[in-house]
Design a protein around this ligand. Structure first.
Ligand code: C5P
Length: 301
């Protein structure tokens, strides 16, 4: 057994997020298309005498206790597999916090994969995804990666045929949005409306299978976008600027506030970064590519 294992785990954007009505369990039925992008957290897990200790390099405040999904993931793995020693979890963050890119879920997914490797549990990927789904709807996809449809709460994953690589430009916000409050605002905005069953659009799936960035740009949709914009009106301005500067499409990612713009090719993405940065409406703009693989052990395997 190795003494520590490091896992690299990507953030995600939602190319489509179709939200059904609120259900009795407090969740909404979803039909979504996830894509993992090249922005990674690194999770290093090692054994200690007792307890679960989380440390981070992050300057932002992430919880270091039970509030952190990685802590919950370690707790559930210890219980399920009778792990008696304690666990130290180091989180190196690149994925924005509360940014709608599943950063917290990625840390939990990475912790599950790291513990599987550290203790040679020999779990299959779908078994790890099932454990993740007990803790949060986005966790299974952070383990799976690539491009996938998510149904149910977003936790039932099926891979999607996707050709080529896409160039994304992400406009990051300095302050986050809480996922439950965005869903609540979505319910408020849709009050009295007849909400149909969520679905994934054929045009989006076709665009992905043909590797057609222009068609993909037109097919991006997010039912949570009006709610995210209602809570953070500056997002409308950011979307307008990116589209004015020629992005093939622009969308709030998940519950926001990260905005993802699709570029035609790498040079176009660079132009968009310059345009968005100089517009003054966005603080931090980065370029990423997708799809990339899900959580992977990088050292200590
Ligand atoms: O599962 P997760 O902890 O990521 O979800 C956070 C919150 O987002 C839930 O408590 C719920 O308010 C909302 N949510 C939802 N429907 C989903 C997924 C999340 O309403 N399918």
């Amino acid at each position: 057994m190795t003494s520590e294992v490091t896992v690299r785990v990507p953030g995600k954007i939602n190319l489509q997020l179709s939200v059904g009505p609120l259900q009795r369990d407090g969740y909404h039925e979803l039909a979504t298309v996830f894509q993992s992008v090249s922005l990674f957290d690194e999770i290093t897990v090692s054994e200690i005498d007792k307890g679960i200790e989380i440390t981070t390099d992050s300057k932002s405040n992430i919880p270091l206790d039970k509030e952190n999904l990685a802590y919950k993931a370690a707790e559930i793995m210890k219980k399920k597999f009778d792990i008696e020693t304690g666990l130290a979890i180091k989180i190196k963050k690149e994925i924005p916090i509360a940014g709608g890119m599943a950063g917290g879920s990625a840390d939990a997914g990475g912790t599950i994969v790291a513990i599987d490797s550290l203790f040679s549990l020999g779990l299959k990927r779908d078994e790890m995804e099932r454990i993740g789904s007990e803790l949060g709807a986005d966790i299974p996809f952070t383990i799976a990666g690539g491009t996938a449809i998510g149904t149910g709460r977003g936790d039932q994953i099926a891979p999607v045929l996707s050709r080529g690589s896409y160039n994304w430009v992400l406009a990051l916000s300095s302050s986050g949005l809480s996922t439950p409050s965005v869903y609540k605002e979505c319910d408020r905005l849709r009050e009295g409306l007849d909400i149909s069953k969520p679905f994934v659009s054929d045009s989006l799936l076709q665009a992905l299978s043909h590797g057609d960035a222009k068609a993909l740009g037109k097919a991006l949709t997010n039912d949570l976008q009006p709610a995210a914009c209602s809570l953070k009106p500056a997002l409308r301005l950011i979307l307008d600027v990116g589209l004015d500067y020629g992005a093939l499409g622009g969308i709030v990612s998940g519950s926001g506030p990260t905005v993802a713009f699709l570029a035609e090719h790498e040079d176009h993405a660079l132009d968009l970064v310059v345009a968005l940065t100089s517009s003054g409406v966005v603080g931090n703009v980065i370029r990423v590519a997708g799809p990339v693989p899900g959580a992977r052990v990088i050292t200590g395997a």
